[in-house]
Design a protein. Structure first.
Lengths: 308, 308
């Protein structure tokens, strides 16, 4: 009982990790805030100079990735954009790290791509955890409770220090109340293409239509407008990444186009039916006659009667 | 002062109207509930038999439109679908009404169509008020406060009994706290094509994609899914009416298609740029090279250097 109690206590408190964040843009900063609040030590490097911002946050910033690696963090957390992931990972001076006890983690919105990239680039002794916190500075601004955190332990030891590091890292999100979803990278990408990528696509399309508030907005239109505004705040690089680096995205584009064509063709069919009713079948109220299949039948009956 | 006080009191309480609702489907029933609660007298007729429902609601139901007209209601409120409006109006036995003191009102989601139809079918002494309560049994289920009520006094006397009837009718919505928007039918249709019709179209398109909840829904995807569910609850007849009977709807379809094509072509351009970079320009990381216009320039510089 006592041992179990101790174990639980340890799990609750977790061990404090030294986390090296590579790529310290908005999302890296967003995650770092919570990690620091939880008592973890965060160091960072980035293409841009974030020295001052890091100083204010309590993060040690290194202009040179090599200096970050020399600190031998427990976790290398890549927070680059999807498109910058490969060159960033390839440029990391792995020789400075204790690779066999370093956990590599990514947080990209696509998962098969970083998984395969990690497996290709990293030496076999490196531990790999692929994750996707499905929220950001907007949706997870106040709290993370109930928001999905997807992860896939690609190469994590069953026990020992590396297993512990992985559990401690996951505990960062678990302890904030995230909905922890263990899922293969392939499943993630399949689901995310039909949900996240589709939502971004709809918002991008509506973004090109410049939706304006009108004096007579319906509730639904307001919802659509706010969704579009929120989504188009994301970078074009993210959207391109969601498309290029998710093997299922093209299928969703095709599905969306087919759905658009279906709706459009239904409407055009109505138009043609009405004009044909009016000009060919000489129906006096083509709008009403064409309104339902039953009216269409009645209409046909009328025509047949006339033909007699 | 006293006279003014009396006038205000009268206005607040309003006069009780006898309202004849023609077409007693969901929307007619929805409006009738509030009218009855406010103390107005409601009579109704419809293609379907709503005798029992009306009995329970405190509404007098007539199977025959002629019997409804014989009751000489103050207001004839047409609550048919867009597509059924013309045959219903044309079949009304106007000779039974005291046309010169009857106010004709419609509540359709398009406005130029019923306006022109009223002007064409009704004798010149009839009073005409075109309205669009921009809510329904879903969005206005609990209260109407703040929800837009659009109206256009097409042919309403400046003073006298008909002016009073019109004010009393508008007061039904004003007293519930609706946002009263006086607007021409043409302006309404222009705004509504870009907001209401567009929202219905997006929901219809997504309806064809069978959006399913996934274990990893983002907040935005949830919003889109709920919007689609709520909107596709509306009848196909309503959607067809919004398209066929709004002169601005086709323009919005074209705009939506252009926006879709823009997004699609941007993505396809990315794809081709990457393949061209890889195969023609022999770039090792085409994903990263093609990620922004600045990288593209750098890339071009590299190519030029090589060409020297």
């Amino acid at each position: 009982m006592e041992a179990k109690g101790m174990q639980m206590l340890q799990k609750e408190n977790g061990h404090k990790l030294r986390i090296g964040i590579v790529g310290f843009g908005k999302f890296g900063q967003f995650l770092a805030k919570t990690m620091i609040r939880q008592g973890h030590s965060v160091i960072a490097s980035s293409r841009s100079d974030y020295s001052e911002l890091c100083n204010n946050m309590g993060v040690t910033f290194f202009r040179d990735q090599r200096d970050l690696c020399k600190e031998r963090p427990d976790v290398i957390l890549l927070c680059t954009t999807i498109l910058a992931m490969e060159p960033t990972l390839r440029s990391l001076p792995l020789e400075e790290l204790n690779t066999s006890s370093t956990l590599f983690v990514d947080v990209l919105s696509v998962k098969e791509f970083p998984m395969n990239l990690f497996l290709e680039v990293l030496p076999p002794e490196c531990q790999i955890l692929c994750t996707h916190p499905m929220f950001g500075p907007e949706s997870g601004n106040i709290r993370w409770a109930g928001l999905p955190f997807v992860y896939d332990k690609i190469r994590v030891s069953e026990e020992g220090i590396c297993a512990q590091k992985c559990n401690d890292f996951l505990a960062i999100f678990e302890s904030e109340g995230c909905k922890m979803v263990e899922m293969t990278c392939a499943d993630h990408d399949r689901y995310a293409a039909g949900s996240q990528f589709l939502t971004h696509t709809v918002a991008r399309i509506l973004g090109h239509m410049n939706l304006e508030p009108t004096p007579i907005d319906t509730k639904s239109y307001e919802t659509l407008r706010h969704l579009t505004e929120a989504m188009t705040g994301h970078s074009m690089d993210l959207y391109n990444g969601l498309f290029l680096c998710n093997a299922n995205a093209m299928e969703q584009m095709e599905k969306l186009e087919r759905a658009f064509d279906t709706v459009k063709n239904e409407l055009m069919g109505k138009l043609h039916g009405m004009v044909a009713n009016q000009l060919v079948h000489r129906v006096s109220d083509p709008l009403f006659s064409g309104s339902s299949s039953s009216s269409f039948k009645e209409n046909n009956l009328k025509i047949k009667e006339r033909e007699k």
